[in-house]
Design a protein around this ligand. Structure first.
Ligand code: C5P
Length: 414
């Protein structure tokens, strides 16, 4: 499967090794376009690189051709590899700076980005670099870790650019993932619901929507057609996703009910309010010095109603926010809700779950398996969830009006 790979070279001494990586990628039939930073040009022969790849090496953000170069390069690349990635460039990426062509491309692209850091050991382990790397990983950028061995300074340590073979296999695993869900239609609900009390007040919860948005982005990057139905969340919908906004549980129920029959997989990630105000007021309630009692009624359980609509061609994933994770109770919830997979997290633990970037999930399956997916950034967990659906999802042929998906045809792994 030949791909258009944009190889970003930054100002590290290891820049000359990028040409070996380019050679290996070309041998595999990929089209390689090099974009370098100004400092990188000091470390590798530009002309050789141009002859070698058959393309000019681009450096400048602006040219006289009238084209918007960073947008074009960003949208024409299937994958972006920054190798070597200097400490300075990682920090620019983490901050979202766009003062040169390569950093502007990184901000404009929807394609997967891999970074292969190369620097002195003290720099690599400096808290600032660690923090930047953490930020990048939490945004779904993948790291090809440096190797240990002799460094430019003459010392031994961690910081050598990953070998061309390691880079090649990291790229291969991303490429294998990229289109495996092509033809699969995925419905994701995300975020909290807000239940109106009067026109200005509502009952809500602390859900940020990050887990659902990360799932929608991960499905889209594997080639799925994704519909994201979201409650009020302060997040931008991932690129390429069909977006529907709802506010209350009953609006969510309506949207999900309409959309569910035309989707193959549904992730019910939304933190639906269990109760709504029985009689919301039409006008704003004024203070009157008295106790105000609200009558609440239970909201419909959307996951359960979707499971009743579910055909054998569909796969339904539910989530559970618990304060105690009891495997027996989780399996019971999975059965009661009629889902094909339940992903539970312990919301009593500080630093994970609602509104945090990190989560820790336990997966329950109808055959009684209870498996920990570990504690990771939500973007990483989203990939693990999709891998688990690929492994355990027994999706038969998908609906007849589209090609059976690669996902459905793929034999179970493991
Ligand atoms: O019962 P509990 O709230 O723990 O169930 C959580 C799961 O059920 C989540 O997948 C959530 O989206 C879904 N849910 C729902 N409708 C509700 C409450 C929860 O679909 N009213």
């Amino acid at each position: 499967m030949s791909k258009r790979i944009l190889l970003g070279i930054t100002g590290s001494i290891a820049a000359y090794k990028a040409l070996d990586i380019a050679r290996l990628l070309r041998q595999d039939g990929h089209d390689v376009q090099i974009v370098a930073t100004r400092n990188a040009l000091r470390f590798f022969p530009r002309l050789n690189a141009e002859i070698f790849t058959g393309h000019p090496v681009y450096v400048d953000l602006f040219d006289s051709s009238g084209s918007v170069r960073h947008v074009e390069l960003a949208s024409h690349s299937d994958l972006i590899l920054i190798a070597p990635a200097s400490a300075d460039f990682l920090s620019k990426m983490a901050l979202g700076l766009a003062d040169d062509l390569l950093s502007a491309i990184c901000l404009s692209t929807n394609s997967p980005i891999l970074v292969a850091p190369a620097m002195e050991e003290n720099m690599y382990f400096h808290p600032a670099v660690r923090e930047n790397m953490k930020t990048l990983l939490s945004r779904g950028i993948r790291e090809i870790p440096p190797e240990t061995g002799p460094l430019a300074s003459g010392k031994d340590g961690t910081g050598r650019l990953a070998s061309p073979d390691a880079v090649k296999s990291a790229i291969l695993s991303v490429i294998e993932h990229t289109q495996t869900w092509k033809g699969v239609r995925v419905l994701v609900s995300a975020g909290p619901t807000h239940e109106p009390i009067d026109p200005v007040r509502f009952i809500g919860n602390r859900s940020s929507g990050k887990m659902g948005y990360a799932l929608a982005a991960a499905c889209a990057s594997r080639g799925a057609a994704v519909t994201l139905v979201s409650g009020p969340a302060n997040l931008l919908p991932p690129p390429g996703v069909t977006f529907r906004s709802i506010t209350s549980a009953r609006e969510l129920e309506m949207e999900m009910g309409k959309a569910f029959p035309s989707h193959d997989i549904c992730f019910m990630t939304a933190a639906v309010a269990d109760y709504r105000v029985k009689d919301p007021l039409a006008g704003k309630k004024k203070k009157d010095g008295k106790v105000w009692t609200l009558a609440l009624v239970e909201n419909p359980d959307i996951l359960s109603s979707l499971s009743r609509m579910k055909t054998s061609q569909q796969y339904l994933v539910g989530f559970a926010a618990e304060t105690v994770l009891d495997p027996k109770k989780l399996l019971e919830k999975l059965r009661k809700k009629g889902a094909d997979m339940l992903l539970a997290n312990d919301v009593s633990q500080p630093g994970i779950g609602f509104s945090s970037d990190t989560n820790e999930l336990t997966m329950c399956l109808p055959d009684g398996q209870v498996i920990s997916l570990g504690r990771h950034p939500k973007t990483v967990l989203a990939e693990k969830i999709l891998d688990a659906v690929e492994k355990w999802g027994t999706l038969p042929n998908l609906v007849s009006d589209h090609e059976p998906s690669a996902h459905a045809r793929r034999p179970p792994r493991g």
